[in-house]
Design a protein around this ligand. Sequence first.
Ligand code: SAH
Length: 260
Amino acid sequence: MDEFKLPDFFFEVFTASLPRLGPGDDDSTRKALRMAFQGWERSADDKTLRILDIGCGNGAQTMQLALNTQGDITALDNHAPFLEELRRRAGKAGVAARIRTVCKSMCSLGEADGLFDLIWSEGALSLYNMSFEQGLAACRERLAPGGRMAVSDLAWFKADPPQECREFFNNVYPGISGLEENLARMRQMGYRVLGHFNLPETAWRENYFKPLAAQIDSVRESFSADPDRKALLESLEYEGEVYRKYSSWYGYTFFVLQRE
Ligand code: SAH
């Protein structure tokens, strides 16, 4: 498969020093974790739990997985500097021994990677290379029988969004779906839906857009001479503007699933 590759300058904005690389927050990670363990014979204290964090980035949610379980964590991302920062954070938190970082594309996940009891993915499964559905299918193959999965993805919160908002997503994420469509699709793929909830707006505003805006300001001058770099900043700022205007129409939905 030919993989989409982001330009290097993308990572001059999305640096490993950002608190996280997409919308999210620790409370939501822990909430999804509680849902995942509800009614399961495996407990969070089980040292034999095999956990996979896909598109882990610099590890915001990986740290929560490590601090709130005793499992063995594989943290996968295809951008090495993010994994370096993740290892630094893990060392600081004293959980490095339970986290193995793997630098490769999620598209190449296969039998050789083994099976996992819990697969996690926050804001990363439906990126440039895969549709949400392809991502869910690939994860199901790596889930042990009865295994659980938690994933957050962009979703409509209400039907019939305003035209500007719809047009924005036609360009950036035409596959965005509403709750019923997502639930039906997951069930059809052989997942039982254990729970779902929407991320609060602070997960976007405080944890994602605010640090990103500071980052954008810090590179603005050095990016100003190059049209491609300028266009990236403009598109990121437009993304923020669309969110400010239309945050009641869309956001991230967290789904907690079980392999049937
Ligand atoms: N889960 C993290 C990061 C989300 S951003 C958080 O919430 O902070 C999406 C992440 O997916 C980035 O770290 C990016 O490097 C990673 N990514 C993008 N394409 C990928 C691919 N094909 N394989 C593995 N990781 C990928």
